[in-house]
Design a protein. Sequence first.
Length: 227
Amino acid sequence: MSPARDQNKMKIQIISLFPQMFEKVLNASMLWKAQKAGLVEYKLINLRDFGLGPRKQVDDAPYGGGDGMVLRPEPLVAAIEAAKLKAKSQKPKVVLMSPSGVMFDQAKARELAKLDEMILVCGRYEGYDERVSEFVDEQVSIGNYVLTGGELPAMVVIDAVTRLIPGVLGGETSALNESFSQPSVLEHPHYTRPEEFRGLKVPEVLLSGDHAKISNWRRQNQKRLQK
Ligand code: 4FV
C-alpha cells in the first residue's frame, strides 16, 4: 500500500477486556470493505494482556465499599500507553466510553472522522478508577442508560465514524446531505420497488423524473428529530 494511501488511512485502536466481541462487527459489510480499501485500520488490544500478577488482575474491590468491582488504573493506563506507542501520530486522541461522557451525536462523529487516528477505551464492571480520566482526552457516552460494558458504545462510535471517512460510503455526497447534516433534521422518506405494495403507492412525484419537484418534495417531507 502506497505510503501516501497508508498515511491517510484512519487508525482506530480499541482497548477492551472482550476484544472478540468486535471481530464479527468489524469484519462485516461497510467496516470490512473500508478496511479492504485501506481507508481504515482497526487494532484490537486486550486489556487482560496488561493485567497484574499471575492472575493478570485488571479489577479490584471499590475503596469505601459498595457492590461490584472497579477497573484498576495500572492495566488501563499501561494499555493506553502501549497503544500510543503503536500510534501514527505523537498525540493520538484517547476516548473513554462512559455514561458520564459528552453525548455522542452526528456532530461528534464528524469531528472524530476528521482525525487520522484515535484510541477507544471500553469499561467493564462498575467502571474505571477515576484517576484513569487523567490519561484520556475525552469521555463519550452513547446514551443515558447503563450497559454491562463499553464495547457496544465503542462499536457505535466506530460505525458512525467509519462511514464518514471519505471514500467509505458510495456517492461522495451521501454523507454530506444526509440526516443530521443540519441539526434536528432527519432525512426525507425513502421509497424503492415495488411501485405498489399492499395497496400502498409510491408518491407520484418520485416517479416523475422531475428532479426539482423531487428535491422540493423531499425538503417538504424531511422528518424532524423527536425532542
Ligand atoms: C456507556 C454508555 C456505559 C458503565 C459501566 C460500562 C458502562 C460499565 N458507555 N455510553 N451508556 N458503560 O453504559 O458509553 O463499565
